[in-house]
Design a protein around this ligand. Structure first.
Ligand SMILES: *[C@@H]1O[C@H](CO)[C@@H](O)[C@H](O)[C@H]1NC(C)=O
Ligand SMILES: *[C@@H]1O[C@H](CO)[C@@H](O)[C@H](O)[C@H]1NC(C)=O
Ligand SMILES: *[C@@H]1O[C@H](CO)[C@@H](O)[C@H](O)[C@H]1NC(C)=O
Ligand SMILES: *[C@@H]1O[C@H](CO)[C@@H](O)[C@H](O)[C@H]1NC(C)=O
Ligand SMILES: *[C@@H]1O[C@H](CO)[C@@H](O)[C@H](O)[C@H]1NC(C)=O
Length: 503
C-alpha cells in the first residue's frame, strides 16, 4: 500500500516536478557536540493543505526501507537520536539538529515528511552523509601585507602593515568556538598587535591580527588556535605561519681585542658585528680626524699589528645592507710610559722650576728636594697645568734659602713606568740652568780635549822651531843636551795647571 502511494506520488512529482529536497552532500560533526543539517523541501501544491503545524519530520539512517532505519521522529522522543527540527516544517524547512553526537551518528541520512492524511513522503533520491570527527578541522591562516596575500617563505620589509587572518567554518556547538593567537615569542605579539575577532554569519569565524612588522618578529611563528568547549572536554586545532622580515642593520657593535686600552707596541684588533636581514653586509672603517671622518678600509675587522700612540682615537664601523646602514664607534687608547720633555729652573729671589711630563695614562709628578719629598706648603708652592689628557706641566716655587749642595728632582710615573731628572740648584743669580747631570762632566772633558789640542799644536810648533834651530846648531856646532831637557818640563807644568783650573 505504501509503495503504491509512493508510486503515485512519484508520478505526480514527475508530472508537476515539485517534489524536491535540498540537503548538503556531506557534513562534519564534532564528537560530543551537535550537528545541524540544513534542509528544505517542496511538495506538490495539491498536498499543501495536508502540511500543518502537526506535521512530523522523520530521519532514516543508512537506508530508507526498513523501520529499523528510523533513528529520529519529531513526534516520537523515544527513538535513539536526540534532536530537534529547528526549521518550520509548515514552511517546508526541515533543518534539523542532532545533539550529543557520537560515532553512531556517522552514516547516510534520508528525510521523510509525515503530514495529515495522504502526505507521507520519503525523499529517497537524496541523502546527506555525516562524518564524525574527534577534533575540529584546522583553521586557515593567511598573511596579508597591505591587503595583498603574502606567499609562504616570502619576506616582508620592516614597517609593512601586516594582517594575519585566521578563519574557520564553525561546527554546531552549544557555545561558539573561539580563535586565539599565540606566537613563539609572546612579547612581540602583545607589543605591536591589535586583535579583532569578527564572527561572521553563524557559519564562519574570523580573527584578524593587525600589526606593523618589526625586525623583532623575524622568524616568529604565529599560531591560531580554534577551541570548542564541549561538555566533557575542550577540543582544539591549530594552524600557524612564520613571518620573515627584512631589515636594515641593527645592534651594530664594535668589540676591541684584547681591550680598548693597550700598551704601545702591542697588537690590537677591532671587530664589527651587526644584525640584519639579509645578513650580507658591507663594512667600512672610518677614523675621526679633526671632526672629519677619514675612510680607512673595508672588511669586518681592523687590526693594528704594532699599535702606537698616534692610533689613539675614535673609530667608526659603518655596516650596510640593501635596506640601510648603521654606524657605531669605539675608542682606542694606546698607552705608553712616562717621559720628561723639559726640566728647567729660573732663579730670581725665588727659585721656580718647571717639569713637563708626557704619558698615557696621564703621569703623576712628585718633587724631591735633596732627596726628601716636597709637598704644598708655605715655603714651597706646587701647581699643575694640564696640557692634554697625556701632557702635564708641574711648577714648583721654592721660597726657602737654598745652599750650593741642594738638588731638586722631578719624578714622574704612570702604570707603565717611571722617569726622573735632577738639577743642582746652583746659587748663582739670574742663571738659567738646563741642568742635565751629564753636562758638567761633558764640559770638563771638552775643556781637556781643547787643552790637549792646544798643547799638541804648541808642541808641534815648538818642535818645528827646534828642528830648524837644530839644523842651525848642526851648522853652528851647538849642544844637543840643552834641548832635550827644557821642553818636557814646560809641557807637564802647563797640563797640571789647566786641570786644576777646571775642577
Ligand atoms: C530554515 O530554518 C533555519 C533555522 O531556523 C534557518 O536558519 C534557515 O535560514 C531556514 N532556511 C530557509 C531557507 O529559510
Ligand atoms: C586589519 O587589517 C585588515 C586588512 O588590512 C583590515 O581589513 C581590517 O579592518 C583591519 N582590522 C583592524 C581592527 O584594524
Ligand atoms: C575548557 O576551557 C575552559 C576555558 O579555557 C576552562 O574553563 C574549562 O575548565 C575547560 N574544560 C575542560 C573540560 O577542560
Ligand atoms: C697647592 O695649593 C694651592 C693653593 O692652596 C693650589 O692651588 C694647588 O693646586 C696646590 N697644588 C697641588 C699640587 O695640590
Ligand atoms: C716606579 O717607582 C716606584 C717607586 O717610586 C717603584 O716601586 C716601581 O717599581 C717603579 N716602576 C718602574 C716600572 O720602574
Amino acid at each position: 500500500m505504501d509503495k503504491l502511494i509512493l508510486l503515485i506520488f512519484l508520478l505526480q512529482g514527475v508530472w508537476c516536478g515539485d517534489w524536491s529536497i535540498s540537503l548538503p552532500e556531506k557534513i562534519e560533526a564534532l564528537s560530543g557536540s551537535c550537528v545541524t543539517i540544513n534542509c528544505t523541501f517542496d511538495i506538490n501544491n495539491t498536498y499543501d493543505k495536508y502540511l500543518t503545524d502537526s506535521a512530523a519530520g522523520v530521519w532514516y539512517k543508512d537506508g530508507h526501507t526498513d523501520n529499523s532505519n528510523i533513528v529520529f521522529n519529531s513526534s516520537n522522543p523515544n527513538l535513539p537520536f536526540k534532536g530537534k527540527i529547528i526549521g518550520k516544517l509548515k514552511d517546508k524547512n526541515c533543518t534539523t539538529t542532532f545533539y550529543d553526537v557520537t560515532s553512531n551518528h556517522e552514516g547516510t541520512f534520508y528525510f521523510r515528511i509525515e503530514g495529515n492524511g495522504p502526505l507521507k513522503m520519503t525523499f529517497r533520491w537524496k541523502f546527506v552523509s555525516i562524518d564524525v570527527i574527534d577534533s575540529p578541522p584546522s583553521p586557515t591562516v593567511q598573511m596579508f601585507k597591505d591587503q595583498m596575500e603574502v606567499k609562504v617563505h616570502e619576506e616582508v620589509l620592516e614597517g609593512s602593515s601586516m594582517c594575519l587572518r585566521c578563519s574557520a567554518k564553525t561546527l554546531c556547538s552549544s557555545s561558539p568556538p573561539t580563535l586565539t593567537w599565540s606566537s613563539t615569542d609572546r612579547l612581540h605579539l602583545n607589543e605591536s598587535s591589535r586583535l579583532q575577532l569578527d564572527q561572521q554569519n553563524q557559519t564562519e569565524i574570523i580573527s584578524d591580527l593587525n600589526f606593523t612588522a618589526t625586525h623583532l618578529q623575524h622568524g616568529v611563528t604565529f599560531i591560531c588556535t580554534i577551541t570548542y568547549q564541549l561538555h566533557q572536554r575542550n577540543t582544539t586545532a591549530q594552524s600557524n605561519t612564520t613571518l620573515r622580515v627584512q631589515y636594515a642593520p641593527k645592534n651594530t657593535s664594535v668589540f676591541v681585542f684584547p681591550s680598548n686600552s693597550v700598551l704601545e707596541g702591542s697588537s690590537v684588533t677591532l671587530i664589527c658585528s651587526s644584525d640584519g636581514n639579509p645578513a650580507v653586509f658591507n663594512y667600512t672603517w672610518y677614523r675621526e680626524n679633526g671632526g672629519q671622518l677619514e675612510e680607512l678600509q673595508t672588511g669586518y675587522n681592523l687590526t693594528f699589528n704594532v699599535a702606537d700612540r698616534t692610533h689613539t682615537g675614535r673609530y667608526y664601523c659603518q655596516v650596510k645592507n640593501h635596506h640601510g646602514t648603521q654606524n657605531t664607534s669605539a675608542l682606542l687608547d694606546i698607552q705608553y710610559a712616562t717621559k720628561i720633555s723639559l726640566f728647567s729652573c729660573n732663579r730670581t729671589d725665588v727659585t721656580v722650576c718647571l717639569c713637563e711630563a708626557h704619558g698615557n695614562p696621564s703621569p703623576k709628578v712628585d718633587w724631591f728636594l735633596s732627596g726628601r719629598p716636597v709637598s704644598n706648603s708655605t715655603n714651597t708652592f706646587i701647581s699643575e697645568e694640564r696640557l692634554s689628557s697625556t701632557d702635564l706641566r708641574s711648577f714648583i716655587s721654592l721660597h726657602q734659602s737654598l745652599t750650593h749642595a741642594d738638588t731638586l728632582q722631578c719624578v714622574i710615573n704612570n702604570t707603565h713606568g717611571n722617569a726622573s731628572q735632577q738639577i743642582q740648584l746652583v746659587a748663582s743669580p739670574q742663571e738659567m740652568i738646563h741642568c742635565q747631570q751629564t753636562f758638567i762632566p761633558l764640559l770638563i772633558i771638552l775643556t781637556l780635549i781643547l787643552i790637549l789640542c792646544a798643547v799638541t799644536v804648541g808642541f808641534a810648533l815648538y818642535r818645528i822651531r827646534q828642528l830648524s834651530s837644530k839644523l842651525k846648531v848642526y851648522n853652528d856646532a851647538g849642544t844637543y843636551a840643552s834641548l832635550q831637557l827644557s821642553a818636557p818640563v814646560s809641557e807637564y807644568e802647563t797640563l797640571n795647571f789647566k786641570k786644576d783650573d777646571t775642577q
